[in-house]
Design a binder for this molecule. Sequence first.
Ligand SMILES: Nc1ncnc2c1ncn2[C@@H]1O[C@H](COP(=O)(O)OP(=O)(O)OP(=O)(O)O)[C@@H](O)[C@H]1O
Ligand SMILES: [Mg+2]
Length: 339
Amino acid sequence: MSQKNEQSAPERPDCFEGMFGRCPEMREVFALVRRIAPADCTVLVSGESGTGKEMIVRSIHRLSRRRDCPLLACDCTALAPTLLESELFGHVKGSFSGAIATKKGLFEIAHQGTLMLDEVANLSPEIQGKLLRVLETRRIRKVGETAEQEIDIRLIATTNRSLAEMVRVGDFRADLYYRLNVVPVSLPPLRDRPGDIPLLAMTFFEQFSRQMGLQTVGFSPEALRQLEIYPWPGNVRELRNIMERLAVLYGGVRVELQHLPAEIRQSRSIVSSTEIPVTWEDLKVQKRRMIQEMERQFLTSALERSSNNVTKAAEDVGMQRTNFHALLRAHKLKSDGLG
Ligand SMILES: Nc1ncnc2c1ncn2[C@@H]1O[C@H](COP(=O)(O)OP(=O)(O)OP(=O)(O)O)[C@@H](O)[C@H]1O
Ligand SMILES: [Mg+2]
């Protein structure tokens, strides 16, 4: 394992290991990754789909002392539990029908490298137990074998669900959660870092245009504003795909509002331009009003979903029934959702 830095070209200040971001939240993530990468600790990377979890895992591996050894990925959603166990731990010939030869598992193949457990929230309770044992003993046993062997890997898990919440409702083992969550790295959804949208949009658009040998002219201010308003449910992946489409269709010309896909064009800001506060005092009043309105809609939609069953509504939104009731009273709402 070597310590040399592979990165030859100097990085832009808003780029870290091929990831772009200039907002404070992403800068913090990059600084954290730089600090933890050499430490060999288990890492839990969380974030919605498309926020860049895999890129973070790859950068941790690249900046670690394990960089010259393999980085392997295991998708915990793709296989049935028994197949997943054999994929991870390996099996000996004849240990189950279909085991026609002895096979190494990913824990063994990733020796001295990094193993990424992708979407770890989907592990069955049985495999959760086995994984906990691996993390505690650093040993594995192939399916059908009695002897154990030592392993030397760094484990990085990713999840797009809240493991803490899953632990709370009993769907994920608390002891495994603590073992995985040694260092948490949390990636914010793109809608919570609107300042990064123009940077990512321009970067991807330029990259795709260049690949096609086209000059990039950029975006009109209205088009750029609309990109910032859109909530990007698919996060950076969605943005990247849209930029590829735009570069194919409009590379070489300036991208205008009408060139944007309908779902982006039709997205509305929650604050219309006439409502933008003018003074600090206005802002405070508006903020209070918006929160009130949001709370009110939150309550009525929770009641609607639960067919006006307050106990169920409170449970669904993760609130104590008494607190939910108090909030209903504060908004002068009855359990039928009407004031
Ligand atoms: N900050 C970023 N800078 C540049 N590209 C990014 C960034 N974040 C994500 N991407 C790109 O977005 C796409 C999705 O990233 P990635 O696969 O890492 O996300 P993910 O969180 O693992 O998604 P999923 O939960 O669906 O597996 C990739 O094409 C990746 O290159
Ligand atoms: Mg991923």
